[in-house]
Ligand binder design. Sequence first.
Ligand code: SAM
Ligand code: SF4
Length: 391
Amino acid sequence: VSAVPAVSLPCASPPLSLYVHLPWCLRKCPYCDFNSHEAGDGIPDGAYIEALSRDLDRELPALAGRPLISIFFGGGTPSLFPAPALERFLDHLARHAQLDANAEITLEANPGAADTARFRDYRALGINRLSIGVQSLEDANLRALGRIHDAGQARAAVRGARAAGFDNINIDMMYGLPGQQVRGAVADLEAAIALEPGHLSWYQLTIEPNTVFFSRPPSLPDDDAGWEIAQAGETLLEECGYARYEISAYAGSAPRCRHNVNYWEFGDYIGIGAGAHGKLTDARHGTITRTVRHRIPQRYMERAGTADAVVERRRPAADELLFEFMLNACRLTNGFQADLIGERTGLPPERIGRALETARARGFLSAVGGDVVPTATGLRYLNELLQLYLP
Ligand SMILES: C[S@@+](CC[C@H](N)C(=O)[O-])C[C@H]1O[C@@H](n2cnc3c(N)ncnc32)[C@H](O)[C@@H]1O
Ligand code: SF4
């Protein structure tokens, strides 16, 4: 742990979530830079679940007296895990941790690696939210994205999730796809809305280092077309009853994602599993610690339950905390209460006041009463806004 002056945090700890990373996929998508690995001959689900339980055990002191408000099984492709394996983990968790009465428990599913029977089993375990990676409902787009499923399977997955008893379903969609035009992108979004998901995440495709698309870039819509798609899509979503609450997140008949909102509001989360990140506040000692687990699944499994599973552990300095807070909270379209900055980072009010004033003077934020809200310019030029807070 680096020796930095501890910030003086108030006594209340922020809400606590649990992120569980399940790192395998059937095939690696050419745009994906997540910690996901091709499953090959199958996944060692039993051994991995045991590793997760050992990993969790080391975090139990942090869980004492703090009920979990959400659990998120992310990936990778969590829907490759059979329900009985997840059940063993959830049983272990229930024996040792406290769950909030309304805890949101999400699992990410890939339409090419799931079926209604499995969804039903997940629902029976208490998983109450499914996030389905649809990406597009055009077969040509899905092929260009290297997805393992077609549009028919994506539709079937959404129907299957509903038939299995899920009433809180998110679908992930992407735009700005290879060769896509404005009209095609809007039609794709219309097709997604026609499936009536309760929540929709709509991401612009980005080309990330260390991906196939980075070394062999496809031809993507230019910035102007990307902007036009974004404007048309936002209008369409709002007209169809999907309220934008974060850069890429829209809540329709289902609530906002509690787990992600906790990240954006700079809450705490324990992150277990290969490559998982965590952030924990120790209100008593006035410290915030960030952790990262070993990213290679085999190495992670060997080390889980020992201190060696954690490859990075650091305490961000005060100016880093301010940057990290803004990086997250300025994604929320309705902004946040100014007091939250002090509550979550321990920074003194004068420092916060100066920081907000700079962004307000540049037209990136409006600060009225206690509310800090990113302006349309702030949301569009989020990177420029964040430059003001670089440590
Ligand atoms: C962690 S992925 C997991 C979902 C699941 N593995 C799947 O792909 O079906 C979460 C979402 O991030 C989005 N995403 C992944 N890579 C992206 C990229 N390079 N640009 C934009 N969105 C991306 C996709 O919509 C994806 O569904
Ligand atoms: S299925 Fe999802 S996590 Fe897996 S490689 Fe594709 S985008 Fe990445």
